[in-house]
Design a protein around this ligand. Structure first.
Ligand SMILES: NC(=O)c1ccc[n+]([C@@H]2O[C@H](COP(=O)([O-])OP(=O)(O)OC[C@H]3O[C@@H](n4cnc5c(N)ncnc54)[C@H](OP(=O)(O)O)[C@@H]3O)[C@@H](O)[C@H]2O)c1
Length: 333
């Protein structure tokens, strides 16, 4: 039987308020997009999830289509809940999403009320829970009236199937309209989820300041650029790494230029007494507008290294300037 670490809330994890809400999220969340499908060992996945929880990670990010195959990550999380975490459901913040391709036919994708609410019901069944903590619209759908999407999100809350709602990857102008439309329905948008890391600074232009101004918590996904912002690829492409099997990170992306920049960042991080993975996360967390960074990990060693980021969020001006110079300039309008 699993007994969680009794010291998991001893201060090792920082909890940050999600925008204008009563909710605290761990500064580091665990995402189940990759590494938690049927191609991974369920026992290994369970070890990773328990390790996260033992270290104060209360927030687990999923989506209907995470796998492979789609649905497998939610089924895996359901198994872990059944086997270990069910008694701790009230200590967990479990999120899911709908909007990407999930099942065949006209209702299996995008943002119709039909897709969003059917998908949420499927997610609840796979997870084996009565409600998720947050339900996201996974992407903007220009063909569906925004009112329909927002209405479905608000109804998920009214029906008690989601406690909160969020948006993912919406352009800033549409996010602004969605925040307003939700407020009109009496539902405050809790979270905005966007790709943000040292190699992708675009959110600084609009969605990050906008979320802060609107009282919406900003959650950064792919904070390590899927592994590029670590030492994973500095000496070749290791067997089993994401670049060997994922359509989302191809070996062609590991250009000489990227690897050179990564090596320089790695040296800078080591000079600060941390690894590059840890520094890349610390850099995001130095900004109080970032509520949580959702990391992926394929081992407890990686996750442990990533948790070190919590202790190094101070940066002097010269280091920040140097990071901008090597990684990418701050986003410009
Ligand atoms: N809303 C959206 O549309 C959206 C899109 C993408 C992601 N997300 C969310 O964000 C989560 C995280 O995304 P992500 O997996 O791309 O995050 P990431 O943290 O940028 O990348 C994770 C990968 O980096 C490598 N890694 C992690 N820690 C490492 C370390 N300490 N040393 C060396 N390598 C390390 C591992 O690669 P290996 O597997 O090679 O070991 C791991 O699988 C997802 O699970 C999902 O929940 C949301």
């Amino acid at each position: 039987m699993y007994t969680p670490d009794p010291y998991r809330y001893d201060g090792r994890m920082a909890y940050r308020r999600a925008g204008r809400s009563g909710l605290l999220l761990p500064a580091i969340s665990l995402g189940l997009w990759q590494n938690f499908g049927e191609d991974s060992s369920p026992e290994h996945c369970e070890i990773l999830i328990r390790y996260a929880f033992d270290n104060g990670i209360t927030s687990f990010d999923l989506a209907n289509n995470y796998g492979p195959p789609p649905g497998a990550a939610e089924a895996l999380m359901g198994r872990v809940l059944r086997q270990s975490l069910r008694p701790y459901r009230d200590e967990l913040f479990i999120t899911t999403k709908a909007g990407h391709d999930m099942w065949p036919g006209p209702y299996g994708s995008w943002n119709s009320r039909k897709h969003l609410l059917s998908s949420l019901d499927q997610s609840l069944r796979r997870l084996g829970v009565d409600y998720v903590d947050a339900f996201y619209s996974h992407r903007y759908d220009p063909s569906t009236p925004l009112e329909e999407t927002v209405g479905a999100l608000a109804d998920a809350v009214r029906q008690g199937k989601a406690l909160y709602v969020g948006l993912s990857k919406y352009p800033a102008d549409v996010a602004a309209r969605a925040y307003d439309a939700l407020e009109e329905l009496g539902v405050h948008c809790l979270l905005y989820q966007g790709r943000y890391n040292l190699y992708c600074r675009a959110p600084e232009l609009d969605v990050l300041p906008q979320a802060a101004a609107r009282g919406v918590g900003f959650v950064a996904f792919s904070p390590l650029a899927q592994g590029l912002l670590t030492d994973r690829y500095l000496h070749g492409i290791p067997a089993g790494s994401r670049a060997t099997h994922s359509p989302f990170l191809r070996p062609e992306q590991l250009t000489k230029e990227v690897l050179e920049r990564t090596a320089q960042l790695d040296a800078l991080a080591r000079g600060r007494g941390q690894t590059l993975a840890s520094m890349a996360l610390s850099w995001l967390l130095r900004d109080a507008r970032v509520t949580s960074v959702i990391v992926g990990a394929s081992s407890t060693r990686q996750l442990g290294e990533n948790l070190e980021a919590l202790y190094h969020t101070d940066f002097d001006e010269e280091t920040l300037r140097r990071i901008d110079e090597i990684a990418a300039p701050p986003a410009q309008p």
